[in-house]
Design a protein around this ligand. Structure first.
Ligand code: NAP
Length: 293
């Protein structure tokens, strides 16, 4: 692509940013869709103030859109012109869309996860869900499940206090008490039925590929579908345990794919064709060295 006077810029702010796959997603999309757009990572060191300076500076420089990653997903919120309602409930944004006078913040991590799940035929409505973890990702997943009308949601975490805080917050903001906090080790107290389990802890992430947050095979008898947010490795120990117990298991690369697709669609007011989505996914797998049947 030729960079010229009409080239638009999108980018990522975070710290660190050098291992991100987002430039692969967005620059390939721009190439495939013949958009005059480049996407670049911007390292933003510091906290609130520096994140605010980055948002204001990007607006002054006519930057079309930004992704936001750790540690700035909450830091940028006070500097936005508007925040989408789901992102506001979650309290974290990962996508900024240029509007008159500033940026509007969205959380395409969650809309992306939802789209990824739909693409695999996973249904959240009325589903009984186990969320493993109570960190930033688990918190957002709990909001997504509540908003999408999941049945009973159990939030299991090593530190019970954190699970209690998230459960309380989701119930208050979503207006129904649908999230039950539990200690991880109490999984044997779960009502006897089959669940969709969403693995939102960092346990099992490369290089600790032989770890899973719960290792007892009895736990996995309770799961019909396991969705691991981790995608490095592409077959985690959690996924292997789910499959060994007869369930279906998925990794988180499609979540990453669709958070990018959703952001690109918001910036450019387009619907990315399915064929292009598949091409981008293949490109991401190649970058990560993932070979799947
Ligand atoms: P986080 O805020 O740091 O939360 C980490 C969670 O893992 C906490 O619930 C923590 O429990 C739990 N945990 C950590 N070590 C543990 C251990 N040894 N035993 C039991 N529990 C343990 O992290 P996050 O931002 O939520 O991210 C979580 C995972 O999601 C990461 O692996 C990240 O890569 C993945 N993720 C993927 C995508 C994607 O696009 N696919 C997007 C976002 C995140 P305590 O509360 O007890 O400490």
């Amino acid at each position: 692509m030729e960079i010229n006077g009409k080239t638009r810029i999108c980018g990522l702010i975070g710290n660190p940013v050098e291992h991100t796959l987002s430039p692969v997603i967005h620059n390939t999309l721009a190439e495939k869709l013949s958009h005059n757009l480049v996407y670049v990572p911007f390292l933003v060191e510091g906290g609130h103030e520096e994140a605010g300076a980055a948002v204001n500076g990007a607006y002054a420089l006519n930057v079309l859109g930004m992704n936001v990653t750790v540690p700035h997903k909450e830091n940028v919120i006070p500097y936005l012109k508007e925040t989408d309602s789901l992102a506001e409930k979650i309290g974290a944004v990962n996508t900024l869309v240029r509007i008159p006078g500033g940026y509007k913040g969205y959380n395409t991590d969650m809309t992306g996860l939802y789209r990824a799940m739909c693409s695999e035929g996973i249904v959240l409505k009325n589903a009984d869900v186990l969320i493993l973890g109570a960190g930033g990702a688990a918190r957002a997943v709990a909001f997504l499940c509540a908003e999408q009308g999941a049945g009973q949601i159990y939030l299991l975490n090593r530190t019970l206090g954190k699970a209690e805080l998230v459960a309380e917050e989701v119930s208050v903001k979503c207006g129904r008490s649908c999230v039950i906090p539990m200690q991880l080790s109490d999984y044997d107290k779960l009502p006897d039925r089959k669940y969709l389990a969403i693995q939102c802890t960092s346990v099992g992430l490369y290089p600790d590929t032989e770890d899973a947050v719960i290792t007892e095979p009895e736990f996995y008898q309770k799961i019909h579908t396991g969705y691991d947010l981790i995608y490095r490795p592409s077959r985690t120990k959690f996924m292997r345990l789910v499959e060994e117990a007869g369930g279906e298991a998925y990794h988180g690369l499609k979540m990453l794919l669709y958070q990018g697709i959703n952001a690109y669609e918001l910036w450019n007011h387009v619907n990315v064709p399915e064929k292009t989505v598949t091409e981008i996914y293949e490109r991401m797998k190649k970058e990560l060295g993932i070979v799947e049947a």
